[in-house]
Design a protein. Structure first.
Length: 314
């Protein structure tokens, strides 16, 4: 599988097999209650992608996700290949569920994802022509850190399967959320929308114009200025700072625009937050690499985020 970074998921599975003579003593496992969209911080039930999550070992879990064909980020075509950010959002929801139910010291200070890496296999990726795709997931947690009784960080890795074949893997690192950054003045050249030129959705691999996160500012700079500042998937609740998955999408769009390639060639994505990224006005620069491109997001003269986009046949 091609990916931006090598992601090794824990392959050891704990066995619960017992001799027949002991079968009667095996405790009955009570099924976990289905996840509720409010508990995962979602705006509506339609945003819920996780159907179930149950423990399989000391740090491993089994999950089921259901991805609607008409997800807001998907193209409106007869045969849909799901947008890669659906893997990211599914992993985030799985992390929120695991954190609330299984990880130690729950109910402490909120954690947020600070880095993410995913890879997909075009040969095994499901193509949906019906209502939704049922996906099974192997989930592992690692690097669980607890300080003074509070959960301070962890890593979650999710391997995604369809029809028994693995088609994607996503790893995400969580750390404490920092205090909100103070409001700052807009970047030069971002004073009015009339001075900006948004690319067409197909040029950045987006399904609709309202999914576009980028614009050309004066002097040709590429800046992050979402067409929809309250996008239900990318910017739910109209945040002041760009969340990690939106940074990842901005990097994906910038790389496709820079290289003139279709969305179908993206096989790997990675991004890391280094500081707060304002929702409007941050500059994004793209540099080509052998297997794709590297991007950097600059705000107030400092690199606030960076990442890579891996392209098939680059």
């Amino acid at each position: 599988m091609q990916a931006t970074a090598t992601i090794e998921a824990g392959s050891a599975q704990e066995s619960y097999a017992m001799p027949r003579t002991e079968a009667a003593r095996e405790p009955v496992r009570v099924p976990e209650a289905p996840p509720q969209w409010r508990d995962l911080g979602l705006s509506s039930m339609s945003a819920l992608l996780v159907v179930s999550l149950s423990r399989a070992g000391s740090r491993s879990f089994e999950a089921v996700c259901q991805w609607p064909r008409w997800h807001p980020l998907n193209e409106h075509v007869l045969a849909v290949t799901h947008h890669p950010l659906i893997l990211v959002e599914s992993t985030r929801q799985l992390a929120a569920l695991a954190e609330s139910r299984f990880l130690p010291a729950t109910g402490t200070a909120p954690l947020r994802p600070t880095s993410v890496a995913l890879g997909t296999d075009p040969q095994t990726q499901p193509v949906e022509t019906g209502g939704a795709t049922d996906v099974t997931v192997r989930v592992t947690t690692s690097d669980v850190a607890v300080r003074a009784g509070s959960l301070t960080g962890y890593r979650i890795t999710a391997e995604y399967f369809h029809a028994g074949r693995r088609f994607g893997v996503c790893a995400m690192v969580f750390a404490p959320a920092p205090a909100p950054a103070p409001l700052t003045a807009p970047e030069p050249g971002e004073g009015t929308l009339t001075s900006l030129l948004h690319p067409a959705a197909p040029a950045v691999g987006a399904a609709a114009d309202l999914d576009v996160l980028l614009a050309r500012a004066p002097q040709g700079r590429l800046v992050i200025v979402p067409r929809d500042p309250a996008h239900p998937v990318l910017l739910p609740g109209r945040p002041r700072e760009l969340p990690l998955h939106a940074v990842l999408e901005a990097g994906r769009q910038a790389a496709l625009l820079h290289q003139g390639r279709p969305a179908s060639v993206v096989v790997g994505l990675a991004a890391q937050l280094r500081g707060p990224v304002p929702c409007r006005g941050a500059v994004i620069d793209v540099a080509p690499e052998e297997n794709g491109a590297r991007f950097a997001v600059t705000a107030e003269g400092r690199v606030a985020a960076s990442g890579t986009v891996t392209l098939a046949g680059a």
